[in-house]
Design a protein around this ligand. Structure first.
Ligand SMILES: Nc1ncnc2c1ncn2[C@@H]1O[C@H](COP(=O)(O)OP(=O)(O)OP(=O)(O)O)[C@@H](O)[C@H]1O
Length: 531
C-alpha cells in the first residue's frame, strides 16, 4: 500500500486557520480551559456532563463558532459572568474557586472509581465513568426503550468497558478500547450510537460497524436488533445478496454492519455512498489492521468522508503497532484499557498438556472425552484441512460433533453456529474463523487441539468460554514442535493468574510472528500400522 494514497496512514492535523475563532476563544478562556468537557454542577452537589456538552468537539469540527456563541460546559462560568455585574468581582472569584475545587474533587472521585473497576484511561478531558445504567438517563437523556431492553436482557450493571467507553463516545470523543473477551464491548459501542442517532432516518447511511468475519457481523446485527426492540431503526447486515443487488440510493440504513470485503465491494462496484456516516466502529480492530484486510478497511475509512465522523476501535488485544496506526487516523482520541492490555479473561481456568507428537493428540482427546465430556466444547485446529480431518475422525464417535471452516457455504456455516448455540452439537471443531467475537453462551471448555499461531489468537480462542463473568476452561495441547512458543502463551496464563510450571517460564521468549508448523495429518492409526 502506498503511504500517500492511504487514508489510514494520513495523519489528521488541526487547522488553526480554519478554526481561528475557536482557537482565540479557547486561549482567552485559558483559566477555565480544562472545564470544556468537564463536569457541571447540578443540584445535588454532584457533577454531571450534559449530553449537549459532549457535542462540543463535534460542533467545533462542524462549523465556525462566533465569539459570542455560548460554550456549553462552561455553564459554571457563563452564569457567573452575568451575575458578576450585580454581585461584584469578589463573589465571582469565590464562585470560580469553588467550581475549581469541586471539579478537582470530582476528578479524584473518578480516579478512585476507575481504580476500583480496573479502568485505565489516557487522553485529555475524559468524561466521568458511569456508576450505573440509570445515569444514561440522568446524564445523557437516554430514551426509555433502551433502558427497558437492557433490563430485559438482564444487564443490571455496566461492565468496566461500558462504564468508561460509553461516556467517552457520548461526549463526542473518538476512542480506542482494549478490554477482555466477553466483557461487553459490543454494547459499549452500540449504545452510544443508538443514543446519538436518536431516531430512524431515511437520510443515507449513518453508522457503520466493521467486523472481520461474517459470523461476527451477523451476531452484532442480531445484538443491535435486541437493543432496539420497540423502537424503529434500520439495522442492516451487509449480505452477499445485498452487496450485489440492493439499490443503495433508496436504502434506509441507520446502522450498517459488514465485513470489510463486502463493504468495499459495495463501495467500489455499486457506488455505495458513505459520506454521511457519523459513526464508524472497527470491532476486533487489530484483526482488521492485519494484512489482507487492512486494504479493504482503508477503502471503507476513506469512503466515510464526513469530517465530523466519530471513529472507535475495540478489541481484546491491541498491539502497540495498531495503537500507533490508530493514532494517525483518530482525532483527540481517548484510550481506554480494562485490566492489563492483551490479557486473557481471568474467569478462565487455563491448562497446558504435553501430548508428545501429533499422534498423541487424538489419543489424549478421545481419552479426555471418555473420562468427562462437558459440552459445549469448542475445538480449535490450525487450518481447514485439519478441521475436516478431525471431523472425519470424530463424526462416528458418539459425541455429536460438527465442524466450521471457510470452505463451507454461508448456510452451512450458519447452521453449524446455530446448532452449536442451540445445544444440538456438543463439540464444534473450528478454525480461527470463530475465534474472535463469537458469543456462544456457556461454552464450558475450549480445547486448542493445535497450538495457536499467536498470543492474540490464544487470547481470542480461549475467550469463547468464561464470558460475561461466567467461569470457563481452556486446554492447550502441545507437541515438541510447539515448545519454542510455549513461553508466550505461558506469559498470558500467568498474567491472568494461572499457574505455569517453572521450566516453561524459564524458556527463552521467542519473537513470534505466526507459528504454523507443518503438522502430520490427523487419523487413527490401526494397531498393525504402528511400528
Ligand atoms: N452489562 C452487562 N451485564 C450482563 N451481561 C452483559 C452486559 N454487557 C454485555 N453482556 C453480555 O456479555 C456477553 C459478552 O458480550 P460481548 O459479546 O459484547 O463481549 P466482547 O467484549 O465483545 O467479547 P469479545 O472480545 O470476545 O468480542 C454477551 O452475551 C452480552 O449479552
Amino acid at each position: 500500500m502506498e503511504k500517500d494514497t492511504s487514508f489510514l496512514f494520513a495523519g489528521i492535523t488541526f487547522d488553526r486557520k480554519k478554526f481561528a475563532l475557536d482557537f482565540a476563544r479557547f486561549q482567552e478562556k485559558n483559566e477555565s480551559d480544562n472545564l470544556v468537557e468537564k463536569p457541571m454542577l447540578i443540584e445535588n452537589g454532584n457533577f454531571e456532563i450534559e449530553e449537549g456538552t459532549s457535542a462540543l468537539v463535534n460542533k467545533k469540527r462542524k462549523r465556525k463558532a462566533t465569539l459570542s456563541d455560548p460554550v456549553k460546559g462552561f455553564t459554571l462560568f457563563k452564569s457567573s459572568k452575568s451575575k458578576a455585574v450585580n454581585e461584584g468581582p469578589d463573589q465571582h472569584e469565590d464562585e470560580i474557586l469553588q467550581g475549581k475545587k469541586e471539579y478537582h474533587q470530582q476528578l479524584e472521585r473518578d480516579a478512585l472509581f476507575r481504580k476500583t473497576h480496573n479502568i485505565h484511561v489516557s487522553g485529555s478531558k475524559i468524561p466521568s465513568p458511569l456508576h450505573n445504567f440509570a445515569e444514561l438517563r440522568s446524564r445523557y437523556s437516554c430514551r426509555s426503550y433502551l433502558l427497558r431492553n437492557l433490563a430485559e436482557l438482564g444487564f443490571k450493571e455496566p461492565t468496566p468497558i461500558q462504564r468508561q467507553a460509553i461516556p467517552v463516545l457520548l461526549s463526542g470523543r473518538e476512542c480506542f478500547a482494549c478490554a477482555p473477551t466477553g466483557s461487553g464491548k459490543t454494547f459499549a459501542f452500540v449504545c452510544p450510537i443508538l443514543m446519538k442517532l436518536k431516531n430512524a432516518s431515511k437520510d443515507g447511511f449513518r453508522a457503520v460497524i466493521l467486523c472481520p468475519t461474517r459470523e461476527l457481523a451477523a451476531q452484532t446485527a442480531r445484538e443491535c436488533k435486541k437493543l432496539i426492540k420497540g423502537k424503529k431503526f434500520y439495522i442492516k447486515l451487509m449480505t452477499k445478496q445485498l452487496a450485489k443487488g440492493a439499490d443503495f440510493s433508496k436504502f434506509p440504513c441507520d446502522i450498517l454492519i459488514s465485513t470489510p470485503f463486502r463493504l468495499q465491494y459495495a463501495i467500489t462496484k455499486r457506488k455505495l455512498d458513505l459520506s454521511k456516516v457519523e459513526f464508524l466502529v472497527l470491532d476486533e480492530s487489530d484483526k482488521l489492521f492485519e494484512l489482507g484486510l487492512v486494504e479493504q478497511v482503508d477503502a471503507v475509512v476513506k469512503a466515510c468522508s464526513n469530517p465530523s465522523i466519530l471513529r472507535s476501535l475495540f478489541s481484546a488485544t491491541l498491539p502497540d503497532t495498531v495503537e500507533e496506526l490508530a493514532r494517525t487516523i483518530m482525532h483527540d482520541a481517548v484510550r481506554v484499557i480494562i485490566g492489563r492490555k492483551n490479557s486473557a479473561s481471568e474467569s478462565i481456568k487455563q491448562k497446558l498438556i504435553f501430548v508428545g507428537s501429533e499422534e498423541g493428540k487424538l489419543i489424549a482427546l478421545r481419552q479426555s472425552f471418555a473420562e468427562s465430556l462437558n459440552p459445549p466444547v469448542l475445538l480449535f485446529v490450525q487450518n481447514k484441512e485439519r478441521a475436516k480431518e478431525l471431523y472425519n475422525e470424530l463424526k462416528y464417535d458418539e459425541i455429536r460433533a460438527d465442524v466450521i471452516h471457510a470452505d463451507l457455504s454461508q448456510i452451512q456455516r450458519e447452521n453449524a453456529v446455530d446448532n452449536f448455540r442451540s445445544g444440538k452439537t456438543w463439540v464444534l471443531i473450528a478454525t480461527d474463523v470463530v475465534a474472535r467475537g463469537m458469543d456462544f453462551k456457556g461454552v464450558n471448555c475450549v480445547i486448542n487441539y493445535d497450538f495457536p499461531d499467536s498470543a492474540a489468537s490464544y487470547i481470542h480462542r480461549i475467550g469463547r468460554s468464561g464470558r460475561a463473568g461466567r467461569s470457563g476452561e481452556a486446554i492447550t495441547l502441545y507437541t515438541e514442535a510447539d515448545v519454542p512458543f510455549l513461553r508466550n502463551v505461558a506469559n498470558v496464563m500467568t498474567a491472568s493468574g494461572c499457574e505455569v510450571p517453572s521450566w516453561i517460564m524459564s524458556l527463552r521468549k521467542k519473537k513470534w510472528r505466526k507459528h504454523r508448523p507443518q503438522r502430520e495429518s490427523i487419523f487413527t492409526k490401526l494397531e498393525d500400522e504402528e511400528e
